[in-house]
Each structure stands twice: as C-alpha cells, then as structure tokens.
Ligand binder design. Structure first.
Ligand code: F6P
Length: 326
C-alpha cells in the first residue's frame, strides 16, 4: 500500500449522538493534513453500491450539534459475504480511496477487521455506540448523551412513581451490556439496576426485594438492561405480579429515544478528539486499530482486542448504587 492520499469515511450499525461531530472532525482533520475525503453513504452498503461523494470542509458545516448521522447508517448483509466485500473493494479502488475510517460499534469494527485482512486495506475504527461496550476505551461516542437522556426520562418517571407509590421497571438499551442501566441508575437515583453481567451470578430481583427496598420508601425505580439474559423489564414486572402481588408495578421501555438528540459537550469533544486522532494515526502508519480514550489519553486498540474482549463492569459502581439506594 502506497502513500495515503484519499480516505473514505462511513458510519455503520446503530446511530449514536456525536457521530456527526466525528464525521466533521475526521473530514476537517484530513483536509487540514492535505488528504482528500470521500463520504460513503449507508455504511458498508454504500461501499458495495458505490454511493460515495467527495466531502469538502463545507459538507460538514453546522452538523456538530446534530444527532443521528448525515452519512446515514445501515447494518449491511452483503458486506458479510465475500462477494459483497469484493464489490466494496472494487468500488473503493475505482474511487481511489486508500484507507477507511469506520465509525460504529462492534459489528462495524468486525466488518472493518475482516475487510482489512482480506484486501490489505488500512482501516481505522472510531467507537460509535450508545452501548459503551467496546473494550479498550473508557467510553464511546454517544454513550454520555444516551445516559443523560435516560436520566432526564427517569426524573420524569420518578414524579409519577412517587405520586402513585409504584414500583417501576424501566428498560434501557445496551444490547448485552449493562453500562447504560448501571450508570443510568446511579445518575437518576434509582433503587437498583438489573444487568446481564450478573444474571448468571444471582437472582437480581430476589436480592433487590430481600434487601428491603421499601424500608424507607413508597416508590421505587429499577433499571433493567435489555438483553436475552435479563429477559427485559416485562419479564421482571411479570415476576413481581406473580411472586409479590402486594406491589403496584408498571413498565416503561425507553427504546430508540435513547439514540436520538443533540450530543452533549462530552460526546462532541470526545468525537472531535477521536476523529482528529484517527487521521494522525493513519499518517503515523497505524492500521486496523480502534482509536479509544483511556484516562483521558488517546489510545490505539487493535480491532481484535476491541471486539473480542468483554468490557468489564466496575464492581465499585454496583456497590455505590447499593449503598446510596437505602
Ligand atoms: O447498538 C446500539 C443499539 O441501540 C442497542 O442498544 C440495541 O440493542 C440495538 O442497537 C437496537 O438496534 P435497532 O435500531 O436495529 O433496533
């Protein structure tokens, strides 16, 4: 692979607030460093179908504050096949794109890793997901905004929960990770969080009830991470109805509103730093790494590590939630 003159940028998988700030940072940083930029629409799909447009600095004006992604996103089946990736490579060559910047979660970075290995294409990943489930980075683009959205929603739910003295199960996203549920619970002063990471260790509902959650309170809010492991909020509400019928239970599923909205300052700054660092990394000769942040420093995490390892939940956070919910 010769000198990199032109980069392609795409967003893939579930959108996350701050993706636009990342697109802006990558584009402007690349242009600042003398590179050409091509925006690839609808994730890997646009690479397969050649939906590719040259980006100038103005293409990314006035987007830092917008949620979603101006490049659109998709989960692309074709790219999981060798034929799809071949078509993608041919389009990339025809468009004279020398390297790819992929913004997305673990599925998107898995795609980048396979493509990079198969065609010797330099790929750099940026962690863009509200789930915060990528190993090697303390946080991901979109996570902070989603957490703030959850907190604002729960502040509202608390009003009605208190008035009616009810027990609420609030389901939050996260796929198979409990970061949004656990930190959302701490931020909103909820009584507990049920997360997939502990599902096989203890009966989290029983533990919550046994801890005497109604000792000093008439209403309670429990965040439940969506996951096949937890079974979601409905599952726990059903259990309470059957096993503890004395409680008046309600369920709220926050759903996709957690993915929308203007990114917080934290996510805009994170996306800007990671975006600029992705160009620096490429120019330094880095390949096939995700740009992450650890202890406020930029780090390069090989795709294989970022995708394959489970990011651990901090047990101290679980203890803080437990202590503060008495
Ligand atoms: O990965 C982000 C995420 O929002 C997960 O939390 C959730 O499980 C999933 O995407 C939902 O995907 P979709 O928007 O395709 O329903």
């Amino acid at each position: 692979m010769g000198k990199i003159k032109c980069i392609g940028i795409l967003t893939s998988g579930g959108d996350a607030p701050g993706m636009n700030a990342a697109i802006r940072a990558v584009t402007r940083s690349a242009i600042f460093n003398g590179l050409k930029v091509k925006g690839i629409y609808r994730g890997y799909k646009g690479l397969v179908t050649n939906e590719i447009v040259e980006f100038k600095s103005q293409n990314v004006s006035n987007i830092i504050q917008q949620g979603g992604t101006i490049l659109k996103t998709a989960r692309c089946k074709e790219f999981t096949t060798p034929e799809g990736r071949k078509a993608a490579y041919e389009n990339m060559k025809a468009q004279e794109i020398d390297a790819l910047i992929v913004i997305g979660g673990d599925g998107s970075l898995t795609g980048a890793r396979i493509f990079a290995e198969e065609y010797d294409v330099p790929c750099i990943g940026l962690p863009g997901t509200i789930d915060n489930d990528l190993y090697g980075t303390d946080t991901t683009i979109g996570y902070d905004t989603a957490l703030n959205t959850i907190m604002e929603c729960i502040d509202k739910i608390r009003d009605t929960a208190t008035s009616h003295e009810r027990l609420f199960f609030v389901e939050v996203m996260g796929r198979d990770a409990g970061f949004l549920a656990l930190n959302g619970a701490i931020a909103s002063g909820a009584e507990a969080a049920i997360i997939p990471e502990f599902e096989t260790e203890v009966d989290q509902l029983e533990e919550f009830i046994k801890n005497g959650f109604r000792k000093s309170k008439n209403s309670s809010i429990v965040l439940v991470a969506e996951s096949e492991l937890t079974g979601g909020a409905m599952h726990y509400a059903e259990r309470v109805k059957n096993e503890y019928p004395q409680y008046d239970v309600r369920v709220t599923i926050l759903g996709h509103l957690q993915r929308g909205g203007s990114p917080t300052a934290h996510d805009r700054i994170l996306a800007s730093r990671l975006g600029a660092a992705s160009i620096e990394a490429l120019m330094e000769g880095q390949r096939n790494v995700m740009i992450g942040i650890h202890h406020d420093n930029i780090v390069y995490v090989p795709f294989s590590k970022a995708i394959k390892n489970d990011k651990p939940i901090d047990r101290d956070l679980v203890n803080v939630l437990r202590e503060l919910s008495i």
